[in-house]
Design a protein around this ligand. Structure first.
Ligand SMILES: Nc1ncnc2c1ncn2[C@@H]1O[C@H](COP(=O)(O)OP(=O)(O)OP(=O)(O)O)[C@@H](O)[C@H]1O
Ligand SMILES: [Mg+2]
Length: 265
């Protein structure tokens, strides 16, 4: 039976390796249900790698990863089942260019349900409305602005009503106004649909206002966990360097040739 009291996401002493070297280690993280968590950190620090452990794309080298109280399965059938409960919005939108916005949103419903066409059409209309694009269903991706396309991708990620949403750099390529629209949409959907959201981003100042929790990843580990207010107040040298975007400091930049732990020395 599913454990309804378990956190949405729970990592215990997790180590994640990529290409034969350790990207993250000693990761302990508990994401409460209903919360919005911002995952911050410099480029190459392992933010996307962390997300890939939640979707089961990357199997941890050590430790355990649980989603809604269930160990992320390794068997493909069970994994596909779990993935239906995780909505993913990736940086590139991933919209199919020869399908309309509405057809793109219908895709997961057609693939994973046996719902009749009129019901799917109704659900697509509801998702479009949820992202404020009621009239855009018949437009092709090339006819959409970057911000609209991102909202269509968001509607598609929501198609199966997943209780957990993960966003990898949802603001990339958007101007400040479109960024504000997307972020407040992410926050509002989280509250109105009762979701749990994890947002990977380096857009700190746009993201923190909608976040309940923030974590900062650097040098192969979590260097900060707390509320946005605690983050802003932190006097940790790593955190300060990251927030100010300074090249010199305890975070080693541009050291991709070294393992993160080595680069930290
Ligand atoms: N498939 C892969 N094979 C080998 N190494 C990888 C792979 N994916 C990522 N890495 C390495 O793992 C480290 C973390 O990468 P990751 O993509 O998680 O960083 P990130 O924090 O998401 O960076 P960005 O902000 O630039 O997206 C990097 O050093 C990267 O080179
Ligand atoms: Mg990334």
């Amino acid at each position: 039976m599913p454990d309804v009291t378990a956190p949405a996401v729970l990592l215990r002493d997790v180590r994640l390796d990529r290409g034969g070297r350790s990207v993250l280690s000693g990761i302990d993280l508990s994401v409460p249900r209903g919360s919005v968590t911002a995952v911050l950190g410099p480029s190459g620090s392992g933010k996307s790698t962390l997300l890939s452990a939640l979707t089961g794309e990357l199997v941890p080298a050590a430790g355990t990863v649980e989603v809604f109280g269930q160990r992320v399965p390794t068997r493909m059938r069970e994994l596909l089942e779990l993935r239906k409960s995780i909505g993913v919005l990736l940086q590139g939108n991933g919209l199919l260019t020869d399908l309309t916005a509405g057809e793109n949103i219908a895709l997961p419903l057609r693939m994973h349900t046996k719902l009749p066409k009129p019901v799917i059409a109704r659900l697509v209309a509801m998702k479009l409305q949820a992202v404020g694009l009621r009239a855009a269903g018949d437009l092709y991706p090339r006819e959409l602005s970057g911000g609209m396309a991102r909202r269509v991708a968001l509607a598609r990620a929501l198609a199966l009503d997943p209780p957990l949403m993960i966003y990898d750099e949802p603001l990339t390529g958007l101007d400040p106004i479109a960024s504000g629209v997307i972020m407040s949409l992410i926050g509002r959907l989280n509250a109105s649909l009762g979701l749990t959201s994890i947002i990977v981003t380096h857009h700190v100042h746009e993201t923190l206002p909608v976040a309940d929790h923030a974590i900062v990843i650097a040098n192969g580990r979590i260097v900060f966990q707390g509320t946005p207010a605690e983050l802003e107040a932190s006097d940790d040298a790593l955190v300060r360097q990251f927030l100010r975007g300074e090249p010199d400091g305890p975070i080693a930049f541009d050291r991709g040739d070294l393992a993160p732990m080595e680069a930290a020395r």
